[in-house]
Design a protein around this ligand. Structure first.
Ligand code: SF4
Length: 192
């Protein structure tokens, strides 16, 4: 089914967005998926966490951030008193890119309408972009993560903080300290 952007914009609930994603063939990533991974969490979340795209575990289960990176994300969220069930977690693309490669520009572009609609429906107080891909597509800028983190950006009127993707932290534990600094900024924004 080729969805038009209008149909996505008209979706009135997160469940309706997830249903549209389930049948989506807007980009080539539909060809290799086992399950779509629309995102999940509190529909009234004050914090929304955005990653890059589903990996093997996510494709298998249809859920975002399961597996080792998901466990680490749970720990990070717990450390700022935002347990997973209180937040909404989603990705830039909703189907797994082959070999976990970065989504191609046309794939991210095709999929972004879903995320924009999810953000509009959840209306979070703060957005946390995890990793360079999430930052790039939410902010519309192409800069290094080191340059973008540790400050407050805007997605429309919503404050947005950029930090490392949990999967990157698993590869490089030296990034844990800066990640902690970033999520504390997000926590402080929630308290304003
Ligand atoms: S990645 Fe997004 S745009 Fe591409 S097929 Fe999946 S849901 Fe559709």
């Amino acid at each position: 089914m080729t969805l038009l952007g209008d149909e996505i914009t008209r979706a009135e609930s997160l469940a309706e967005v997830a249903e549209l994603i389930r049948g989506c063939e807007r980009c080539r990533l539909c060809q290799g998926r086992t399950h779509t991974v629309p995102g999940e969490g509190n529909p009234r979340a004050r914090l929304m966490c955005i990653g890059e795209g589903p990996g093997a575990n996510e494709d298998e289960t249809g859920r975002p951030f399961v597996g080792a990176a998901g466990k680490l994300l749970d720990q990070i969220l717990g450390a700022i008193d935002c347990p997973r069930e209180s937040v909404f977690i989603a990705n830039i693309v909703k189907c797994r890119p082959p070999q976990n490669r970065k989504p191609l520009p046309d794939e991210a572009t095709a999929c972004l309408s879903f995320l924009h609609r999810q953000i509009a429906l959840v209306q979070p107080t703060v957005l946390l972009a995890m990793g360079g891909t999430a930052a790039e597509w939410l902010l519309g800028v192409k800069q290094s993560l080191g340059h973008l983190r540790n400050q407050v950006h805007r997605y429309g009127s919503i404050p947005l903080v950029v930090t490392y993707h949990p999967a990157a932290l698993l590869r490089n534990p030296n990034w844990k300290k800066p990640t902690w600094d970033d999520v504390r900024i997000a926590r402080q924004l929630l308290e304003l």
